[in-house]
Design a protein around this ligand. Structure first.
Ligand SMILES: O=C[C@H](O)[C@H](O)[C@H](O)COP(=O)(O)O
Length: 267
């Protein structure tokens, strides 16, 4: 197993061991490659009888839904279980305030639905995702899920954010005086995410498209998230600000690091 895969695995397993106690009845299951390792551990613990006898797993995506069903665990939808005790999920980049970029696998809408419903939201990742400022480690851009009919209008509005100052009255309400307080680039670079082994764009679990928007460094993820989210035609933005309580990183040396709002430590 490569260094990166080992790092994902140790962080994911350690986070599950710490947080998935017998008291957790409703578990949100994230998406992506790191979550596969976390879920592997969930299944081991369930088979050993160490989890809540009526554990329900709420998926964040089609992928997560498959993981749960193939393991034979109970799968519940958010409409039936809107109060999630714990959600464990991966991320593409995480800053010291535990803001993160997600959606590298285009699952950020489902992931955010579950994350906002969770009493505890924990991120698991490898060392490449630990960052001081968003936009430096994950350079593919912020994923923005867009309803297909609105693709062009949303692209244009994002490209013009710097020129028209976003939306001046909204920015005033949000206490920001200039777009330079939000991100680095003079003009955000907007790309429609293209599929691999399918002609045309990536189509999400919800039948939408994804724009990857490179803002350069992101200085104020919270306000940028709000500005993007309010654009008509945007379903969800892959910025998750002020949501996670902890991030667990697998380090290159085989140790596990934990990032909280108080700082970084090693297990
Ligand atoms: O859309 C995908 C999700 O946000 C993933 O959790 C994120 O991209 C991290 O994925 P991975 O664990 O594969 O790096």
């Amino acid at each position: 197993m490569s260094l990166v895969e080992t790092a994902k695995r140790i962080a994911a397993r350690a986070a599950v061991d710490k947080h998935l106690t017998k008291k957790i009845r409703v578990l949100g299951v994230g998406s992506g490659s790191t979550i596969v390792y976390a879920f592997e551990r969930v299944v081991e613990l369930a088979r050993q009888g160490l989890l809540h006898p009526n554990l329900v797993c709420v998926p964040t995506s089609f992928q997560a839904n498959n993981l749960i069903r193939h393991a034979g665990l109970t799968c519940g939808q958010l409409n039936e279980f809107p109060k999630v005790d714990l959600c464990i999920d991966g991320a593409d980049e995480i800053d010291p305030q535990l803001n993160c970029i997600k959606g590298g696998g285009a699952a950020h809408y489902g992931e955010k639905c579950v994350a906002v419903s969770a009493s505890t939201f924990i991120l698991v990742a490898d060392y490449r995702k630990r960052s001081d400022v968003l936009g430096v480690k994950w350079t593919s851009g912020v994923p923005v899920e867009v309803i297909p009919d609105a693709l062009e209008i949303v692209s244009l509005r994002i490209k013009n954010l710097s020129k028209d100052g976003g939306n001046n009255s909204l920015m005033k309400m949000l206490g920001v005086s200039g777009i330079g307080e939000l991100y680095e680039r003079d003009e955000p670079v907007v790309s429609l995410r293209m599929a691999v082994r399918k002609a045309g764009p990536v189509v999400t679990d919800n039948g939408n498209f994804v724009l990857d928007v490179d803002f350069g460094k992101i200085y104020n993820p919270r306000v940028l998230e709000v500005l993007l989210k309010q654009m008509t035609g945007v379903l969800e933005v892959g910025l998750f600000s002020n949501m996670a309580q902890e991030a667990w990183f697998g380090n290159e040396d085989g140790s596990v690091g934990i990032r909280t709002l108080k700082g970084d430590s090693t297990l």
